[in-house]
Design a binder for this molecule. Structure first.
Ligand SMILES: Cc1ncc(C[n+]2csc(CCOP(=O)(O)OP(=O)(O)O)c2C)c(N)n1
Ligand SMILES: [Mg+2]
Length: 323
């Protein structure tokens, strides 16, 4: 084997492992919800794993990300701990947010995860602020904003591209285009449906890749991240993909037909990479890791009602005392 082949094999192995961990985490979370053990709402990204894995593979730990209501994959790929994530989903005091937030607000600043966000588009300007701070600090870190194509119709997406281009900030805007905004197909949602084209007015690179091809995602992300890190400014990366499950767990999915879902399942990002090696043991290990995370989280105490207002800002009254 040549050195190059060794490197390619190691990269494929690493990427497969990341995707398998995301998939097993979400399969397990989906089962917990179906059996009534997981409270709240859950949005899974099964079928979209290549985007999180490919992009985060070229990031450093001190690089920053923001994500959405469908963010487990990005958090895991960036270094989030499955046990603390599961504990959060299960409302345990040991969860990332003390069990008070659930699936949609996972954050781990120590891993550069500035937060998932339930408000469509709201993570984008937070990543922009992260990029601004990183540039000011001169530490060579970059920020990545993950968002769905639903956010592209929001004003804040355009405002953020404008400022990032104007100030040449080290940020990569990663649109995970899974072709649906809740129940609405992109064809009746966006006037300019090729998301990558939205880069042109701001004079920044806009690239569309097959979001189910983890190697292609990784390559495109590597170029955008290198450009950002080197002072070349922002890029927009559109990854075309598809979610296998409904918008939320329990979604009756009357807005799409099963043939379309089947077609995209055939383009499974894990199976595509699996053609290059035998990854069965990797998948088994990921399944076991998530089972262990759930067992450990379920043994922890549930969040106490008394902790409900912890970290909630309260307006100082009476000359500075908190009322
Ligand atoms: C500002 C705002 N408007 C509407 C909603 C309700 N909402 C939650 S998820 C969602 C769809 C988002 O679609 P997309 O951005 O494509 O992400 P996906 O769910 O496909 O991953 C909507 C409209 C919201 N959370 N925030
Ligand atoms: Mg979408």
């Amino acid at each position: 084997m040549t050195v190059q082949q060794d490197t390619d094999t190691a990269t494929a192995h690493r990427l497969y492992r990341t995707m398998a961990r995301i998939r097993q985490f979400e399969i397990a979370a989906s089962k917990l919800m179906a059996t009534g053990r997981l409270p709240g709402t859950l949005h899974v990204s099964i079928g979209q794993e290549a985007v999180a894995a490919g992009v985060c593979d070229v990031l450093r730990r001190d690089d920053l990300i923001t994500t959405t209501h469908r963010g487990h994959g990005h958090c895991l790929a960036k270094g989030g701990e499955p046990k603390a994530m599961m504990a959060e989903l299960l409302g345990r005091a040991t969860g990332y947010c003390g069990g008070r937030s659930g699936s949609m607000h996972i954050a781990d600043p120590s891993a550069g995860i500035l937060g998932a966000n339930a408000i469509v588009g709201a993570g984008i300007p937070i990543a922009l602020g992260g990029a601004f701070a990183a540039a000011r600090q001169g530490r060579g870190a970059v920020a990545v904003a993950f968002f769905g194509e639903g956010a592209v119709a929001q004003g804040v997406f355009h405002e953020s591209l404008n400022l990032a281009a104007l100030w040449k900030l080290p940020i990569v805007f990663v649109c995970e285009n899974n072709q649906y905004v809740e129940l609405t197909p992109v064809s009746v949602h966006l006037a300019a449906q090729r998301v990558a084209d939205h880069a042109a007015p701001y004079g920044i690179p806009g690239v569309r890749v097959d979001g189910n091809d983890v190697m292609a995602v990784r390559q495109a992300a590597a170029e955008a991240v290198e450009r950002a890190r080197g002072g070349g400014g922002p890029s927009l990366l559109e990854c075309l993909t598809y979610r296998w499950h409904g918008h939320f767990e329990g979604d009756p999915q009357r807005y799409r037909d099963t043939a379309e879902v089947a077609e995209w399942k055939a383009a499974d990002p894990l199976k595509r990479l699996a053609g290059t090696a035998d990854f069965a043991a990797v998948e088994d290990a990921a399944r076991q890791e998530m089972a262990d995370a759930i067992a450990a989280a379920e043994a922890d105490p549930v969040a106490s009602p008394e902790s409900i207002s912890a970290h909630v800002y309260r307006r100082p009254v009476n000359g500075g005392a908190f009322g």
